[in-house]
Structures are given as structure tokens and as C-alpha cells.
Design a protein around this ligand. Sequence first.
Ligand code: AKB
Length: 344
Amino acid sequence: MSKRHSVLVTGAGGEIGTGLIQRLSNENAFDIIGLDLKGLDPELAGLCTSSYTGDVLDTDLVPRLFLDHQIEAVFHLAAMLSSSGERNPERAFDVNVGGTMNLLKNAAEQARYLEANIRFIFPSTIAVYGLPDLSTKKRAAKVRENDFLNPITMYGVNKLSCEHLGYYYTHHYSALSEKRSQWHVDFRALRFPGLISAHTLPSGGTSDYIPEMLYAAVAGKPYTCFARPDTRIPLMTMPDAVESILRIFSAPFESLGRTVYNVGAFAPSAEEVENLLTEVLSGADISYEVNESRQAFLDTWPEDVDDSAAQADWGHAPQHKFKEAFAEYLIPALTGTQTEPTHL
Ligand code: AKB
């Protein structure tokens, strides 16, 4: 029997964490160590080998987890999203950058200790982009990884910094110190679009208007959208996001031409989502009242992303396009279960 791999998942109880842990536990090849600021719900904790309530900034707990569980790979998902980050930018910096530094530092030490490279998967975001105005956004259409990297949110600034830190730990860490080793962190980042899950309703993000619209329509409740009807950003379903994490995680290092990849799936406007929901769900009742600050963030995010590098290097291939996402995954799952969503 092949050896089980010990993996650390931070932000384990969050939207992506929940989906990822379910998938990892199905594969039955991993000892999953879950870390979250809030205790995990018992069902999710049951899928982990061990779970911990704690902070990614904790400089006692994090090294102890690496040591006690012989951690071989990290999925560092814990973060404050764009809208909550803007309400408390200093705290967002601490969590998003300080937390990532703490994890990277410990992963680098673990690589030396285990004499193996430590894969470090990091969800970045379309918030790293900063399109200067709407006509450029329209003209740019599918943005490539190296273009328009001028974020206007603390969250975007933090994630872009972490991408650079990950690159540094992978390629240059400690070049002039005795800590230099052939074993290193193997950092891989995905720039996620807005994610939509049939099981969890996010909070604190700026792409939340799409899942909020969907969940309200399914529940037959009116929804006032905080974005303009013509707002267009890329989106992806949660199963496709989790699949892309697993694909980049499994890819051989030699096949990766970059450390940071765009990943996209479909990119409807708010109004196109409204129209689809109104067509399919009799309870859909959507109106608009624009929140200028949140709209300003959305207007700097790309209409769509060029993810051809992810397709070529490690086979990114989302299953759900726009109509399929809603008609085959989201709406059937939500109307079938009739359960109240978990608020994160
Ligand atoms: C947010 O809205 O902050 C996130 C994101 C696009 O990264 N969902």
C-alpha cells in the first residue's frame, strides 16, 4: 500500500476548505490536518485526521503542526476577502500576508528537515488586477497573468505580495545564508475568479452579489444587488475550483512554466445572471442599488481571464460553463436539498 501523505489545510472550515477536504478525504490517500480560526463542524472534522482551532499567525501552533504531523504539503486557504479586508485593512494585512509568511517560513524549514520539496498551494484572486477604467476593462477582455497588476484593494495588494513571497521562497530563499538548501517550498498559486457553491454562501467578498442573487432567488426572497447590471467578472463553480486545486497540486514541477496561473470558467454580467434566474425560478425578484465602493473594486477587476497557460501546463478544464453551472449544478443542488445555506 502506498504511503498516505500528510497535508495541512488552513481556512479548513471556509468555502474552499470545506469542498477541498471532502474531495481529499474521498481520495483516501491523505492524512488531513485542518486548521481554522473557528472550530470545524463535527462532520468536516470527522473527515480530517486531526483538526485544530487556531490562528495562522500563531508562531507556536503552526511549527508544532508541521513537526507533530510531518506535514508534506500545504493548502493555505485562510484569508480575509476583499470587502471585509477593506473594512479593516491592517488586520487584513496581518492575516493575509503575515499568516502566509508564517506558513511559508515553516514550510521552508520543513523542506530542509524532511529533505523534500514542500508543495504549497495558494488561492490568489482576480483582485490582484487593477484595470484603470471601464473602457480599458472592456478592451482588455481576457487579461493575461502579467498585465494590469495594479490592485486597488488591500486584499488584492496582499494576495499579489504573497504571490511574490511564494516565488521568492521557491526560487531564491536564503541565497546568502547557511539555511540555503537544495530542498525548498514549491509554491503554486491559482488566481481564482468569484466562486459559487451550492452548499455555502460566502460573506466578506465583493463577488458575493452572484451567490447572494442565486440563494435569494431559490428561497423566493427579493434581492437588491449592490453591483450595476452591466458588471462583468469571471466566475467558477466550487467543484471546478477544487478540481483545479487538485490538478495543479498533482502536476510535476517540470511541467509548470509559471508559479501563478489564471483560472477561469465563464463570465456573465449581473444582468445575464438575473435573466437566467428569472427564466428558471419563479421566485426570482432582483433589483439594483449600487454600492459605489464595492462597484469601484469590481470595475477594476477583469471581465475575464486568459487561462491558456493553466490549460496547457496542467490541464485546467472546468466542467461548468455559464448555463450548465446554474442549470445542471447550482439550481438542482439548491432546490433539491431545500436546506438553509451555511453562512461563512
Ligand atoms: C472576493 O470577492 O473578495 C473574492 C475574490 C474574487 O477573490 N471572492
